[in-house]
Each structure stands twice: as structure tokens, then as C-alpha cells.
Design a protein around this ligand. Structure first.
Ligand code: DI6
Ligand code: FE
Length: 441
């Protein structure tokens, strides 16, 4: 039973000599989220020490207190709280101009997402608004969304471009994304979503658009250091398997990893394609075959489930979670924050929906926004679990047990966040609301 705790407690690497810590947090119940025998990789009443931006030590509260006293290390008492890894939102379209409130109203009158898209609305309407927006307005609105995510313990956000669909605007989006990491205490991973929709100026020449995206545009953006990964919307209303493959090949030749929007509205074999190219993730997957699931498992490609989009589009067929589980596909959960299909800036709501709508267990859902989300971003060795040597990204919660993070609808029990070893101010949480422990509404 204690296997995991012992391993964590014993973790000590040469780089972090005993007691050479900048600060130690003592007394929390720690959900390390390492995959082990203990649910949530839990260690009760434990301590975690930080050196620089790294986790230097995890172990017993008593031992930590002695060492801190001997070395004069500042102590943060956090008894009664739970600590988890900083949450990771591994799929967002965070940066865009305008809004799509009118489409929300249209859909409620019975017009479908596909009908709106085919009539030039949908993604295209956000592309028009985004092209017309200034860098400053894009930055300001994205920062608001990022802060909302961060208030719920998020320390890493993946941000896709894809609402420019022309080189200059795609570049602006990726620059805004990079800028967020300078402005806010959060880590950002950028994704060039080159194939999101066909822009009107290329309507007569799809092939040329795909070639531009896969050739000079990708080259330019990658050379500017703006691209951590690429992505394509592989779907009947978007891009074909062959078009997606052309883009993935180009990315491969530059050594860039890929995500693929696959199986959101239909099964075109996008999961198999993602697996064949060793993609980091295949995202959505409401429609995926057994072969697709097996291919993902064999490739180690993460299935990123996006219940916010499923909910917003009022879809009827959830992703085949039992099949994904049985095949051994790693499952992550994200917000898909975007103006059209998932205007969601709450990772905790996404976790709740992953449980209630898709049938994930709370432990699977929380792993999906920590360990598995890190894997979906190629950050397996850096983030997603609380282990010595990893980045000191963690959140403190006023909860009785970890499943509570998936249980609430609209509650935010986050009372503290540390990013890269530095404490972040939390302005918008239950921390300011005196509450009776054990009583939560
Ligand atoms: N799938 C989605 O759910 C978003 N993009 C994508 O490829 C939707 C984007 C939008 O409707 O604006
Ligand atoms: Fe998406």
C-alpha cells in the first residue's frame, strides 16, 4: 500500500543536498498523482521542499520540520489542505477576437454547428474578428481567460493559433501566446494549428493553402521559435486525412511534435493517422473505432477528451471511454477553451463533465489534467506529478479529498498556487470566504 509514498519519501537526488531548500510546505495531504498503488499517489500529512524552480524533497512532515529548523529554511504551514500538481490545460484556443454569442442563440433555435460553418459563420467569423484585432486587444482578452484558468490551480496552458489562417495573423497569435508566459506566472506551450479551416481567399485552391501552411508558413513560424507543436482539424468540414498527413510530414521534417483534432464529428481515421505519425495526442475522439483506439495505445498517443465541446454542441455520442481504457490509451482532459464550441475557462468544470458526461472516475479525470496532460504536451519529465526534480508547480486546495475537485459545479476551492517554486497570489478563491470545514455547498 505504501509503495508509492515510500518511493516519493525516499526521493533525494544529488542536485538537492539534504536541507538545502529555499522553502518547505509542511502538513498538507499530498496527491502526487504518480501512478502507483496509492489512490492519487497520496501521502498524508507530508511536506514538500523547493529549491529554485524545482521540487527538492518530498517526505514526512516531522523530518521536514527538523531539517528546516536546522538550516533556517522558511516554512509554510499548510496543514488541513490538499496539495496537487499544478493543473495542466493541454488543449485551448485561448487567443481570438470577438465572440460567438449570436451563434449560441442560433444553435438554440435549432441551427447546427456544421450548418453555421458551411454558411461562413463558425470558425470563419472568429477569423474575421481575429484578423481585425490588435495585438493589444488579443493579449488583454487572452490574459483574462488565462487568469480564470490559473485561479483554479492551472500552471501550464497549451495555446493554439488557428484563427488567423494567414501568416501574419498566425504569427501574431503565437507571439501573443509566448507573451502570456512573460506577463503571467504560468507556463505556455504553443501550437501552430495550421489546418483549422480553409480561409476564403483560398477557397478556389485548397491544395495551395495546405502547401503554404506546410511549407513557407510553418518554416517561418518555426524559425521564429514560436512553435512547440502543430495541430490540424481532421474532419469532414475541415481537412482530409491526406491534407492532414502532408502537414504532419512537414512538421516531422522540422522535428516538431503533433496534435490532431480527430473524431470530433465523424470517424475519418484521424486517430490511426495521429498514431501512425507518433502524435503526442489525438483530441476529441467521440468517434473512434477499436482499431483507432488500439493504434493510439500502441503509439503511446494520448487521447485528450474535451467534454466542454461535447456539452456545448449537445452531442449525443460520448467518446468510447471503456474502449480507450481497455486498449490502454492514456486519457487526458482539457477545456478546449474557444469561442465557438467550448467557451469554457474552468478546468474544474471540465473535470466534472469528464466524470458526469463521459464516465471517467475522479482519479482518471484528475490524472487527465495532471500526469496525462503533461504527457500530451511532451512534458512528462517536467510537470504533471509531484516528484523530486520536476518543476515546482503545485496547487493547494481547501478540500476533504481529491475527488472533490471533480464534484463541485462552480466552486473554486483553490487557496494557493506555486509556479516554478514561486508563490502566486490568489485573488478569486474560497480563500477569502471563511467557511466551516466539512460544509460545502
Ligand atoms: N474543434 C473545435 O472544437 C474547435 N476547433 C476545432 O477544430 C472549434 C473552433 C470554433 O468553432 O471556433
Ligand atoms: Fe480544439
Amino acid at each position: 500500500m505504501q509503495r508509492q509514498s515510500r518511493q516519493s519519501a525516499g526521493q533525494q537526488v544529488q542536485n538537492f543536498p539534504d536541507g538545502d531548500w529555499d522553502r518547505v510546505w509542511i502538513g498538507a495531504d499530498i496527491a502526487t498523482m504518480t501512478a502507483g498503488a496509492e489512490p492519487y499517489g497520496s501521502i498524508k500529512g507530508a511536506a514538500l521542499a523547493v529549491k529554485g524552480d524545482r521540487i527538492a524533497w518530498i517526505g514526512e512532515a516531522g523530518a521536514a520540520r527538523d531539517r528546516a529548523a536546522a538550516r533556517g529554511v522558511p516554512v509554510q504551514e499548510v496543514g488541513g489542505l490538499w496539495m496537487t500538481p499544478g493543473l495542466i490545460d493541454c488543449h485551448t484556443h485561448l487567443i481570438f477576437g470577438g465572440d460567438r454569442v449570436a451563434e449560441f442563440e442560433q444553435r438554440l433555435c435549432g441551427v447546427s454547428y456544421e450548418e453555421i460553418a458551411r454558411a461562413g459563420g463558425g470558425i470563419q467569423s472568429t477569423v474575421r474578428a481575429t484578423r481585425g484585432a490588435t495585438h493589444e486587444s488579443l493579449r488583454a482578452s487572452a490574459a483574462v481567460r488565462a487568469r480564470r484558468l490559473m485561479s483554479e490551480g492551472v500552471t501550464t496552458i497549451e495555446v493554439k493559433s488557428g484563427y488567423g489562417l494567414e501568416l501574419a495573423t498566425e504569427k501574431r497569435l503565437l507571439e501573443v501566446a509566448r507573451g502570456l508566459a512573460d506577463e503571467l506566472p504560468v507556463s505556455i506551450k504553443t501550437t501552430y494549428l495550421g489546418l483549422h479551416a480553409l480561409p476564403p481567399e483560398f477557397r478556389a485552391d485548397r491544395a495551395r493553402f495546405v502547401s503554404e501552411v506546410s511549407g513557407p508558413w510553418l518554416d517561418t513560424l518555426a524559425a521564429a521559435g514560436l512553435v512547440d507543436a502543430v495541430d490540424a482539424f481532421c474532419e469532414t468540414i475541415a481537412f482530409s486525412l491526406a491534407e492532414t498527413e502532408q502537414f504532419l510530414r512537414a512538421a516531422e521534417s522540422l522535428g516538431l511534435p503533433a496534435h490532431v483534432h480527430a473524431g470530433q464529428l465523424s470517424d475519418m481515421g484521424g486517430a490511426e493517422l495521429a498514431a501512425r505519425h507518433g502524435a503526442l495526442s489525438a483530441d476529441h475522439l467521440e468517434y473512434v473505432s477499436r482499431e483507432g483506439a488500439l493504434a493510439l495505445a500502441a503509439a503511446g498517443t494520448v487521447a485528450v477528451l474535451l467534454p466542454g465541446a461535447y456539452y456545448t454542441l449537445r452531442q449525443k455520442q460520448p467518446p468510447p471511454v471503456a474502449l480507450l481504457r481497455e486498449a490502454g490509451v492514456p486519457i487526458a482532459v482539457a477545456t478546449d477553451c474557444n469561442p465557438g464550441t467550448s467557451p469554457c475557462t474552468s478546468i474544474l468544470l471540465a473535470l466534472n463533465m469528464a466524470c458526469t458526461l463521459f464516465g471517467l472516475t475522479p482519479e482518471e479525470a484528475l490524472s487527465g489534467a495532471t500526469r496525462q496532460a503533461a504527457r500530451a504536451l511532451g512534458l512528462r519529465d517536467e510537470a504533471g506529478t509531484l516528484e523530486v526534480g520536476k518543476r515546482a508547480d503545485f496547487a493547494l486546495w481547501q478540500i476533504e479529498r481529491p475527488a472533490e475537485l471533480c464534484y463541485g459545479l462552480g466552486a473554486n476551492p483553490c487557496v494557493g498556487v506555486v509556479h516554478g517554486g514561486k508563490m502566486r497570489r490568489q485573488n478569486f478563491s474560497d480563500a477569502e470566504t471563511p467557511m466551516v470545514r466539512g460544509v460545502r455547498v
